[in-house]
Design a protein around this ligand. Structure first.
Ligand SMILES: Cc1cc2nc3c(=O)[nH]c(=O)nc-3n(C[C@H](O)[C@H](O)[C@H](O)COP(=O)(O)OP(=O)(O)OC[C@H]3O[C@@H](n4cnc5c(N)ncnc54)[C@H](O)[C@@H]3O)c2cc1C
Length: 270
């Protein structure tokens, strides 16, 4: 299996390259040929069967199965045309999940929830965010529905701690919180070498997220501390390190705007 990724490590944008490097190591240990900082320029084949992947650097990989994982794009053009503040980043809402009009006013008759809703999350100083996980879609829909039934003066802000879990190459990976803007990362339990650890993301001295690799036992406690806006370290006595090492999370630079890759001259597209 070959994994081609424009980022330096897997999950680099979400977890940073310091943590992502552990996953890359794990993948390679399992026999995956991980190709970082590379893009697929074109696919080609014969008779409806893919045979080759053409990489940006000119290399051609022989293949008979390709899985493309490029994420999702929000279709918000029709919302903007209806006079709402919407763009590719989502439909802007107020804290109560009411859609904001282009004039900047919350519309009392339009609420949003789930992937499309970009709302100021009080847990992160009202930082506008979208969360693309089903748990948020369910919670936010419930919250929006309650606000729909409430009087305008009784609208409640939606507070949400983003969370996801995944299982990859035998590793149980769990994240609680929002890592964006983290300026430091600290391992509080375990080690990267063992592929088993719990690490906390820090921003301006505050614990903003916690990630666990096969070490989820204490994650709920850390998630609670993150939701409460705890300073770092949230539990000074619960650290199994001789001293806390502050690392750089290593988030990659913002990607240039999406562009259409030119087809490989010799490629017949399937
Ligand atoms: C491949 C994949 C894997 C995922 N895996 C996970 C996972 O493991 N864990 C997790 O937490 N999340 C996962 N997600 C994300 C999760 O599916 C979404 O966060 C969740 O479905 C969001 O719910 P939603 O209701 O906001 O949007 P959606 O589930 O996308 O529902 C939106 C609906 O609106 C409809 N629609 C769009 N435009 C219009 C229109 N103009 N008029 C009427 N209807 C319209 C769409 O057809 C769709 O049915 C995954 C997503 C994908 C794509």
């Amino acid at each position: 299996m070959t994994l081609v990724d424009p980022n330096p490590t897997p999950l680099a944008r979400l977890l940073g390259t310091t943590i992502g490097a552990t996953l890359a190591e794990r993948m390679r240990g399992a026999g995956v040929d991980f190709r970082p900082k590379t893009m697929v320029r074109a696919l080609s084949g014969e008779a409806g069967q893919v045979r080759r992947a053409h990489l940006a650097g000119g290399e051609v990989l022989e293949t008979d199965l390709v899985i493309v994982a490029r994420g999702a794009t929000r279709d918000t053009g029709w919302l903007a045309a209806a006079g709402l503040a919407a763009d590719a980043g989502g439909l802007t809402c107020d804290g109560a999940c009411r859609a904001i009009s282009i004039a900047g006013e919350p519309d009392p008759n339009i609420y949003a929830a789930g992937d499309v809703a970009r709302w100021p999350n009080p847990l992160y100083n009202d930082r506008p965010m979208t969360v693309e996980h089903w748990g948020n879609a369910v919670d936010q829909a419930r919250h929006a529905a309650a606000n729909m039934m409430a009087a305008p003066s009784a609208q409640q802000p939606y507070r949400h701690l983003p969370a996801f879990w995944s299982r990859q190459f035998g590793l149980n990976i769990k994240l609680a919180g929002h890592t964006a803007g983290a300026d430091a990362l600290a391992l509080v339990q375990g080690s990267r070498a063992s592929h088993r650890f719990l690490a906390v993301y820090v921003r301006a001295g505050r614990s903003i997220a916690a990630v666990s690799f096969d070490e989820a036992r204490w994650l709920p406690a850390y998630a609670e501390a993150v939701a409460a806006g705890a300073r770092f370290p949230p539990f000074p006595d619960a650290i199994d390190q001789p001293r806390i090492e502050r690392l750089k999370p290593g988030f990659p630079a913002a990607r240039p705007p999406a562009h259409r890759a030119a087809p490989a001259p010799e490629a017949s597209h399937v």
